[in-house]
Structure formats: structure tokens, C-alpha cells
Design a protein around this ligand. Structure first.
Ligand code: KG4
Ligand code: ZN
Length: 352
């Protein structure tokens, strides 16, 4: 059976991305426009600028991807677009564009939960590679670690997700981004902390391991962030700047604290649910310290671990396209009205 080919559109935050994806997970093409220069100037995402940037970049990206791949609308089985959760203005640009195209081309349209996209990202591959075997093996346990979310999810089947726990305050990515500012490295925080930590000593500073002793699957990172800020303040009482070595050690110790809590709770879930495979997804899953710890956790528990390629860890249209292609193929397309409903926060009952 030919695999369903879908155009995926992702505009939930600051990056504009489109992709052509098959339901097998094969990415035919991926295009991304990043607004990093904007953030370097402003020190963060400005929602109004993000939506204006999407307006400028989305249509040219769609035109380009279809032209470059010599595709006509009849070659597509449908369109998939992130409609929740995210920055409302950014979501509206993607959804309105997708809705217009779907009507013009007479194609089905799937509204995708951004987090479902991340959950499917480990299964994306490129045409010369083999599809990944465990994509349809359930149950799966997945740890979502991004700029906006930290959740531990039990995946019972495609479209059936149980959130076991989530952060009560900051997401891990947010805690890393803020810490990067605190130590003076600025944007983009996560990758900079990752790089600095590689030359640092994880034991140099003793940061708290929040929620390690609780019996549940909840997380909290605001206390870690506050401890990080206090430690830096303490060092800067007697001098003007941190040395490069201090920054490296601070980053390695801070990251170690976050990685240890994440691994601890994940291990507990692996022991309780004994999944066929576990995955770690979202922007922070690009982190080298976290990735190597996950390899060890897989060896220790005997449970296979899959992660996305680095370019599919952060927000991208391919993961949204895959969610759409699988939903079309498995007859799990929500009714059209719900595609148009964009909203900033994902409700647990909506995560399906
Ligand atoms: O999934 P994502 O692209 O956007 C959201 O849905 O939030 O995640 C972005 C987050 C940011 O906080 C960024 O600092 C973090 O992912 N990130 C990393 C790394 N690359 C991106 N954090 C740690 N190490 C990295 N290598
Ligand atoms: Zn994301």
C-alpha cells in the first residue's frame, strides 16, 4: 500500500516549518525558518513579532517545498497543522493558511496537538534509511522535555495518551534558558548550557534535586532555577565576572541536577509500566548529557530507547506531518471545526 503523503505545518512558537512526510515516518523534505536573530536582539520571543514572522515566511516555504519536490496537490493525501498548544497569534497564522489551502485544494485537514507531534518525532527517518521497528509497539513511555512542557506520558496506542505527571511550574527548557541568562551566556540557552557543561565538573556545585522524594511523577524546576541564581549571586558578591571555568562548572552541575531528576522519575515509570520502548522528545532531548544518560538507562533496564535526530528534537513540520499522516491513515481525524479552534494551553482531556 502506498504510504500516505502529507504536508505538515508548524507555527506554534517562533520557528516556521513545513515538511512533506509519509505515514511510515519517512521525511521527503523539511524546511525551517528560525527567528534566532530576533531573539538575540530582544533576549527572548516576542509573540507579536513571532506571528508577523510566520506571516512573512510560511507561504513562501510552502510554495518552495512543493516546487522543489515537483508535487501537485493531487499527490498529497492531506494537510496537517499544529492547532494547540502554543502562542495564539502564531497558531492562527498556521491554521488559517492550512484551512485556506485545504479548501482550495479540496484536501482533508488535520489539526494536530503539538505534543503529539513531539511524541512521534523519534520515528522520523530519511529516504536512504530504514524505518524504525518499534514505532507501533505499545505501550510506550515518553518524556517530553521542551521549552514549554515537561511531561511523562504513557502511550497506549496512536491517539491514546495518559499524562502520568508534569511540571508544577517551569519546564526544563525554560529553566535552562533562564540559567543561561543568569550566567551571562544569553540566547539560545539550552544549547549554550549543553556546550559549556561538556567542559565542566558536574560535582562542582551541589544544586537541589527537586521532587526526587515524592512518590508521584510530578516535576518542579523553579527551585532549581532559584538555587542557580542564588549561587551565581553569591560568587559575584566578591568579584565582577564569572570565569569561563566557573560557568562550565555551574552549567555541568545545574544540568546534572535536572538530568538526575528526569532520569529518576523516568526509571520509576519504566519499572511500573514495563513499556516496549521508551522515548525522550522535545527540544531538551537534543541535550548530550541527557541523551547519554538515557542510553545508560536503556542498558540498565533492558528496555529499548529511541530518540529523534537532533533536527527533529526542536519544533519542526515533519513531526506534525507524521501525526497527520498516521491519523488520516487510521481514520482518527477530528472533525473540521476542532481544527479551527486554536488555543494556548493543552487541556489533559484534549490530548488525544
Ligand atoms: O521543543 P522546542 O523546540 O520548543 C517548545 O515546544 O518549547 O524546545 C525548545 C527548548 C528550549 O528551551 C531550548 O533551550 C531547548 O529546547 N534546547 C536544549 C538543547 N537544544 C534546545 N536544551 C538543552 N540542550 C540542548 N542541546
Ligand atoms: Zn515543541
Amino acid at each position: 500500500m502506498p504510504k500516505t503523503l502529507v504536508l505538515g505545518i508548524e507555527t506554534s512558537c517562533d520557528d516556521t516549518s513545513v515538511a512533506l512526510v509519509k505515514s511510515s515516518g519517512e521525511v521527503v523534505s523539511l524546511k525551517k525558518w528560525t527567528a534566532d536573530d530576533d531573539h538575540i536582539v530582544f533576549g527572548g520571543i516576542i509573540p507579536e513579532r513571532a506571528s508577523r514572522n510566520h506571516l512573512k515566511s510560511l507561504t513562501p516555504l510552502i510554495e518552495k517545498i512543493l516546487q522543489e519536490n515537483n508535487l501537485e496537490p493531487k499527490d498529497l493525501k492531506g494537510l496537517a497543522v499544529t492547532n494547540r498548544p502554543g502562542l495564539i497569534g502564531s497558531l492562527i497564522v498556521g491554521v488559517t493558511t492550512a484551512q485556506t489551502l485545504a479548501e482550495l485544494l479540496d484536501l482533508p485537514l488535520v489539526g494536530v496537538n503539538h505534543l503529539e507531534g513531539h511524541l512521534l518525532s523519534p520515528w522520523l527517518f530519511e529516504n536512504k534509511e530504514k524505518p524504525k521497528d518499534l514505532m507501533h509497539s505499545y505501550p510506550q513511555i515518553s518524556l517530553i522535555v521542551s521549552g514549554g512542557h515537561t511531561q511523562l506520558v504513557l502511550i497506549e496506542s496512536l491517539g491514546s495518551y495518559k499524562i502520568l505527571g508534569r511540571t508544577l511550574d517551569d519546564a526544563v527548557g525554560e529553566a535552562l534558558d533562564k540559567f543561561s541568562n543568569i550566567v551571562g551566556m544569553g540566547f539560545p540557552g539550552g544549547p549554550k548550557v549543553d556546550e559549556a557543561a561538556k567542559s565542566g565538573d558536574k560535582k562542582a556545585y551541589d544544586f537541589p534535586r527537586p521532587m526526587m522524594r515524592t512518590e508521584d511523577y510530578q516535576f518542579s524546576f523553579s527551585g532549581l532555577k532559584a538555587a542557580g541564581a542564588r549561587t551565581v549571586e553569591g560568587i559575584l558578591k566578591t568579584k565582577k565576572d564569572l570565569t569561563g571555568n566557573e560557568v562550565n562548572n555551574l552549567c555541568a552541575s545545574y544540568l546534572e541536577s535536572a538530568v538526575e531528576v528526569l532520569s529518576f522519575k523516568l526509571k520509576k515509570a519504566l519499572e511500573e509500566f514495563k513499556p516496549k520502548v521508551f522515548t525522550v522528545v522535545g527540544g531538551v532531548s537534543a541535550n548530550s548529557q541527557l541523551r547519554s544518560r538515557m542510553e545508560n538507562l536503556s542498558k540498565e533496564t533492558g528496555i529499548p530507547y529511541e530518540s529523534a535526530k537532533l533536527k527533529y528534537c526542536t519544533d519542526n513540520g515533519a513531526m506534525i506531518g507524521l501525526a497527520g499522516a498516521l491519523r488520516i491513515e487510521n481514520d482518527l481525524v477530528p472533525e473540521e471545526q476542532s481544527v479551527l479552534k486554536t488555543y494556548a494551553r493543552s487541556q489533559p482531556e484534549d490530548f488525544r
